[in-house]
Design a binder for this molecule. Sequence first.
Ligand code: ZN
Ligand code: ZN
Length: 437
Amino acid sequence: MKTKEELKRMVCEAIDRRRDEIIAFADDVASEPELGFKELKTSAKFVRLLESLGRTPRTGIAQTGVVDAYQGAGSEIRVAVMGEMDAILVADHPDADKLTGAVHACGHNAQLASVAAIAYALHDTGLMQYLDGDIVLMGLPAEEYVEITYRNKLREEGKLWFLSGKQEFIRLGEFDDIDISVMQHSAVAEPGYKAGVTSVCTGFTAKLINYKGKAAHAGAAPFDGVNALNAAMLGLMAVHAQRETFRDEDHIRVHPIITKGGDIVNVVPADVRLETYVRGSNTDAILNASEKVNRAFRAGGDAVGADCEIIELPGYLPAVQCEALNDLMYEELKSLLGENAVQRVCAGFGGGSTDQGDVSHLLPSIQSFFAGVEGGLHANNFCMKDKDLTVLTAAKAMLCLVIELLYDGAAAGRKVKEGFKPVLTKEEYLRQWGRLE
Ligand SMILES: [Zn+2]
Ligand SMILES: [Zn+2]
């Protein structure tokens, strides 16, 4: 029987031996970036890699998702290790797909490659025979909550209910038998730090806004029309007028875009469309701000006599921290990178959101951060500088954490599970989003 420390050393060495293949996989995924629920090539690459290791993963879950479950010697605790597959749209990024504008400017290729690294390590070391629990590797679709109109169409066609991958995985029961979820994200770190245990994320609700006016000749008879673009502009101004009422501690962010501003220039715009999030640090504040934003958008329509239709869509929940899991990850990161390089809690309030926030309401969950990125996330200067950190070290940290959780009767894993009180059951979760409809 090997000690826990021997197992951790064994998997770290195994990951190092596969370094070139793992980095090549990260680069391969980055070379063909795909937006959420369209990750057909990306998921096929991940599946091919798993199949080359003799695995038969389940595929096509929530459109493009991949799941591969590994059974331990005992099945006390089941840990999901997740990687996201989707890119973001930054059309002027030098690596952006010429046709679609998609680019891996959020580092999800590094996430998926770190899960691939774990698949290599499990294959090469036979680790599962030493663990009293199972590991479920997941490739997840659509973390970025974008192309809302497109996804809402999939929703209306019955292909989705939620608009993100992990939410759909929850709905489809993929987390029903999972006790703990683990993932990582690339980050632009504060000076001196190479990794962070965790950071705080906001939640949000999403909206599609459609102003309907009346078309007329823009030169000859604008008085016969109802200008939906004017309604939208007034609506946006009215949203801005709400901002002074938001409390600092609620971290409300409202950032609408116009996705359709009219049809042709010599016709009074009769169909104008917008998308927005209303983000915040807690659900009550989000709902409160959401009502104000709806009122403001409707006011724009009232001002010019246009109709204002608002479709509410389920967004993401703010991330819930599992401190027991955070403490264990802190130890793994310190032993891999040294104490001074690891940030226990990221400073400031993270204004971003993730569907891992939803998962964290149901089961103990962790998303650690690994530096190695320059420029900005979602920006045209994003650059993944240190893949050894964002891919290999991240994979080692996650797998060492899993060994810690599942070794010796999965004592640590059971302790984490027993000490965690879910904020919501799955049923409550589904009902919660239903109430926003
Ligand atoms: Zn992102
Ligand atoms: Zn991301």
